[in-house]
Write a protein that binds this ligand. Sequence first.
Ligand code: ADP
Length: 391
Amino acid sequence: MLRVGLTGGIGSGKSTVARTLADLGAVVVDADAVAREVVEPGEPALAAIRDRFGDDVFGEDGSLDRPALGRVVFGDAAALADLESITHPAIWRRTAELLEQAPNDAVLVHDMPLVVEKSMGADYHLVVVVGADEDERLTRLVRDRGMSEKDARSRIAAQADDDARRAAADVWLDNDGTPEQLEVEVRRLWAERLEPFNDNLLHGIRVRRPDALTISEPRAEWVAEAARLIARLERALGERAVSVEHIGSTSVPGLPAKDVIDLQVGVVSLDDADERAFVDALARCGFPRVDGTTRDNGKDGEDWPKRFHGSADPGRITHVHVREVGSPGYAWALGFRDWLRADAEAREEYAALKMDLLAKGLAPSDYALAKEPWFDSVHERVLAHVAHSPG
Ligand code: ADP
């Protein structure tokens, strides 16, 4: 089951996107609706709220007076924490129930305003953010929802800003145009990414990079992308992973690279990486194992053992290299990255080599092989850098 976190600032069009995704076949869990449901009459959380906050936050008919409760907890961190300690467990229980009811092959969309504010990105395979210009959002809230401009502004100000949302977004849906344009974007996202990602997850299939080799100009987003993937891998593997790090050319700011995020998972022993639970945890997280890739070409033709997982996400090619902490292959990946990050001349040399090889029109696998002699030739310089760096 593909889990998608759908979020966006108030008035951005998040609910509109959720409706389209539901029409397309997604199972949508609406976090706001769940939060209302758990405090309906007869729910245990409601009794707990009355015990803690008294009759003043209830209407005459016995239902929760949300504005009154809002005034009590607004600006009172302790009261808010008390309220959340009552409602959150009930919300998570209900959410878990709804998830269990969803069929295993469904695309699940959690329509959740606070994904960014609560740093929940690692709970999902993908975070989709709906974005729109702030003035446009204000206009829509005042026009369509009958909010006062002041109210709309203060709600917008209380939420995460667009920079934080962009850093959390695997997919950014721009909603500055018409509703029809938004719908086209959502349908495309569904057909090109969510459905195939879900199919790949179900069947343990990884996405392969294109046959033709293309090298991109350095992209600033690679670092944030890797950070999101690392958080998911750490969550999936827990103590089975000693470390998860961004390695390879996309981890070196300023270096042109194939648009592939390389990650290295450090394990105590490769036996751990061969355990069913390890392999399954990575596959469920979106990184199925690629059997048959069990080594790297090390220095002077040495065999450096590893395990290798690809990505089920057609929108993001990722290579996950699992290596024993402290093994030569593990140390090389980190040392080479750190040397390139620290040494502008080394970066230029490597970029020039890439461009040379690109001009030869090699296939990606031949390209990887053709870089080996250069790797061997810089080995001493990398080791010297590692030996002289602090830590
Ligand atoms: P959110 O759930 O993010 O708060 P909604 O989906 O409810 O936002 O959208 C806010 C309002 O703006 C709704 O009334 C919706 O119909 C309207 N709306 C959404 N997208 C557009 C758009 N592209 N152009 C004009 N109005 C829009």
